[in-house]
Ligand binder design. Sequence first.
Ligand code: SF4
Ligand code: SF4
Length: 242
Amino acid sequence: MTQLALVIDLNVCVGCHACVTSCKQWNTSGTAGALADLNPYAAEPNGTFFNRVQTFEVGEFPNTQTVHFPKSCLHCEDPPCVPVCPTGASYKRESDGIVLVDYDKCIGCKYCSWACPYGAREFDEERKVMSKCTLCVDRIYDPQIPQAQRKPSCVIACPSNARLFGDIHDPASEVSVAIQERAGYQLMPEWGTNPANHYLPRRKTEIRIHPEDLERVDNPLKIDGQHPEHPHRTPGREDHST
Ligand code: SF4
Ligand code: SF4
């Protein structure tokens, strides 16, 4: 069985949100376009975003890293959101493994969003139905669109090519090769959901800060007049250059 999926390279994602706005425009652009649907300029904007980028600061100063983590529905191969749906609105397609919601059958009970351990479902407050990433199912098979552009809009928009798309069950596909060669991993496999989407890990990079940089009077790393400890260390075998 074909299993379409996204493979996201965390090493080159720069957190620019191009994928977020492109997804929003293609899938759920409402009255506010790429902005939030409800109250976009008010204190509490709200709306459906099938794809979100969460940004984390990891490590301990001064050895910190900023990690941008795009997340959408992972099109699990054993999706817990499907069997809990009382109306059959949530389903997984046999032909390509995409998990979808039939809006005509959805009664908005939200069971599926409670069952999803990834918080990937987005309730559409205007239509009162559950929604989520469809892998742009209305785009990837559209014969009116040039073959090269029949990809999810997030993949096309990404300026750093951090997003790959294809069949993870085909060992020769670009996504399968990337997973194999770059140690691609699933998000929280302990939940037994077998997510189809994979992530490529960040590579460790040795950053050297020269002592003269730390001595500069306008050094932005200086806190309360104290210079940070020089983070120099000898590279280990696990370190790679990017
Ligand atoms: Fe269902 Fe969540 Fe898996 Fe998507 S990520 S298939 S919504 S359990
Ligand atoms: Fe099914 Fe809709 Fe209820 Fe989700 S919110 S479980 S898709 S009926």
